[in-house]
Design a protein around this ligand. Sequence first.
Ligand SMILES: N[C@@H](CCC(=O)N[C@@H](CS)C(=O)NCC(=O)O)C(=O)O
Length: 322
Amino acid sequence: MGLLINGVWQENEPPADAGGRFLRKDAVFRNWVTADGAPGPTGNGGFAAEAGRYHLYVSLACPWAHRTLIFRELKGLQSMIPVSVTHWLMGKQGWSFEPAPGVVPDHVNQASFVHDLYALADLDVTTRATVPVLWDTFTKSIVSNESADIIRMFNSAFDGLGALPGDYYPADLRIDIDAVNARVYDTLNNGVYKAGFATTQAAYEDAVFPLFDTLDWLEDRLGTRRYLMGDRLTEADWRLFTTLVRFDAVYVGHFKCNLRRLIDYPNLWGYARELYQLPGVAGTVNFDHIKRHYYMSHANVNPSAVVPAGPLLDFMAPHGRG
Ligand SMILES: N[C@@H](CCC(=O)N[C@@H](CS)C(=O)NCC(=O)O)C(=O)O
């Protein structure tokens, strides 16, 4: 791992505070693509939706990047927004485009590393070089490196250009969606990282118990509703899904989130399979990249870099929901 300091790459460990708690920094590029180029909720305007103008950089391992890839499928944006896929290994230079199965090179900027993109966007930037990155080929800069914002852009900004119908952040559900997102983000999406990167027993326990409280709460909720908001699929489901799909493959073992497995929760496990089986979704899930990334990239957590063979999971098994 590492980060850019004033545009220069420096190697370091995952950021932690004095109590061994993992610290996640906010994204620095927070502009929005909008239908007409008007400014979005944050950042500057000037990023109008246009087919072929924007390029998406992802890792198939990363749960945050995964959200954006799913929204690209759901909204049918594949030909309007091409994608590059990094190598699974986050090494000393961070994410790279080193050729390997599943890697899609960067034909836009010919970057070798994701940190090259950040330095191209801002020569003097101080930031971690995270994925996803939404790149603007017109201004040759980064529109956004915040997945939560990128999925909302994909949800609606391209609707006038032939995106598929579907609103995953409908106005009447926003308050509920935001509330569920807040808990799921803190205790689960980020909670697995807090547990896994904890370097003290206390930091680990502060993360792992709330994490399973949230899974228990979600299990109950999905006992009476098909999706988190009822009968409509929303972004809250997709934000949960990318953590659930990785749970048994990596978070149970590598990140020590092992009080229960996903497959021990009948509702959550059926729900995760239903979402996986929706059109376009399975193609965004690459367990090979996912497992290799986590087990091979975090030398402080798994120094041998040996990748486990299991678990054996069947996401295509009938889900029985509906
Ligand atoms: N807030 C960002 C977080 C993205 C993120 O942390 N991505 C991870 C991969 S899963 C990453 O690229 N980490 C590299 C690093 O921190 O150096 C988002 O949701 O888009």
